[in-house]
Design a protein around this ligand. Structure first.
Ligand code: TRP
Length: 354
């Protein structure tokens, strides 16, 4: 049985400043995956229009995400780093997927319900179709593996539903082209044009919570800047935010169980573990019984050690926007070549005249 060629694809929206949660949850995973995989990392600027049409500094935001990718160690020569709008084939395939996906499927998307809020009539049509464009981002390269956060799982299930419906509806048109791949889905043999993508959700990535409230996710939209560590924060800011982070009066426990019902302690231990590439248990072996007055300075030292080089490199890159744009242009060109090959095949499968 032949198989789809493994390809890793992921996207990050160019909105707001990247913070520690984005780094530990996404970008660090992207970096780790590049050793053994062909990878494409995309700044999804078209998606950024879905919630807010006019952005004060769209270009700066796109460059800043790109700078973070590069500063964290993604190699744009061996892999592809680009922004979505440079590859119009994403939008073209998204249109086709709008005609594949059913309204009933879209109505189940929890992210749409959350983002649209109470007044759904006022949400953009783009916000509604967001998951269809996301499926196109992935499938226009027939990518097989997608590193994402837990919150994107439902969108990846929809991506599989779209791929499956396209495969089934067009199966007899795909077969004579010789472009399909024999796969089994469940027990069923399918001659598929699109792969069934797999989410890469596990791994060391912790849920990084707010430094001011251990029950809320660290977020770029939190009004308090003290609640998050931004990738653009310098050492002084990192140190100040950790020193001011909310804690409880007790010493750290020696066992992970002791972190239950102590969300702030749990969060700081989790951040330490993630930054040190250790388990929480290992961190508590070292710090169990210690007060935060001992633990926090150790966390500051570690956070600065890991983040300061990334921060310095990001600043250096941001001072040379011409270089960032050149990286995106090169990535865009290579991505476009791949995407156009797929779209030519899809146009043929559907039966458009060319
Ligand atoms: N929806 C993703 C998020 O908010 C971003 C995204 C857009 C994406 N297209 C993608 C992620 C394709 C993975 C693959 O995190």
């Amino acid at each position: 049985m032949s198989e789809f060629k493994p390809l890793v694809f992921s996207g990050v929206q160019p909105t707001g400043n990247l913070h520690l949660g984005n780094y530990l949850g996404a970008i660090r995973k992207f970096v780790a995956l590049q050793d053994n995989n062909d990878c494409m990392y995309c700044v999804v600027d078209l998606h950024a229009l879905t919630a807010q049409l006019v952005h004060e500094d769209m270009r700066g935001q796109i460059r800043s995400i790109t700078a973070a990718f590069l500063a964290a160690g993604i190699d744009p020569k061996r892999h592809i780093v680009f922004n979505q709008s440079q590859v119009p084939q994403h939008a073209e395939l998204a249109w086709i997927f709008n005609c594949v996906a059913r309204i009933g499927w879209m109505n189940r998307m929890t992210q749409f319900k959350d983002k649209a809020g109470k007044d759904r009539e006022q949400a953009s049509l783009g916000l509604y179709a967001y998951p269809s464009l996301m499926a196109a981002d992935i499938l226009v390269y027939r990518a097989t593996h997608v590193p994402v956060g837990e919150d994107q799982k439902q969108h990846l299930e929809l991506t599989r539903d779209i791929a499956m419906k396209f495969n089934m509806d067009f199966m007899e048109k795909i077969r004579p082209t010789g472009l399909g791949v024999d796969i089994t889905v469940g027990d069923e043999p399918v001659h598929a044009y699109f792969p069934m993508v797999e989410p890469l959700i596990d791994g060391p990535a912790p849920r990084v919570m707010s430094l001011k409230d251990g029950s809320k996710k660290m977020s770029k939209s939190d009004p308090s800047d003290l609640s998050r560590i931004n990738l653009m924060d310098d050492s002084e800011a990192i140190s100040r935010k950790i020193r001011k982070a909310k804690t409880d009066p007790d010493a750290l426990p020696s066992e992970v169980d002791g972190l239950k019902c102590r969300p702030e302690a749990d969060n700081l231990v989790g951040i330490f573990a993630a930054l040190a590439d250790k388990t929480k248990a290992e961190v508590l072996t070292e710090f169990g019984g210690q007060q935060f007055s001992v633990f926090k300075p150790a966390l500051v030292e570690l956070a600065v050690e890991v983040l300061a080089p990334i921060n310095a490199e990001m600043r250096r890159l941001m001072d040379d926007p011409g270089h960032i744009d050149a990286v995106l242009r090169d990535g865009g060109e290579r991505a476009r070549a791949r995407a156009e090959k797929t779209m030519t095949e899809i146009r043929d499968i559907i039966g458009f005249v060319r």
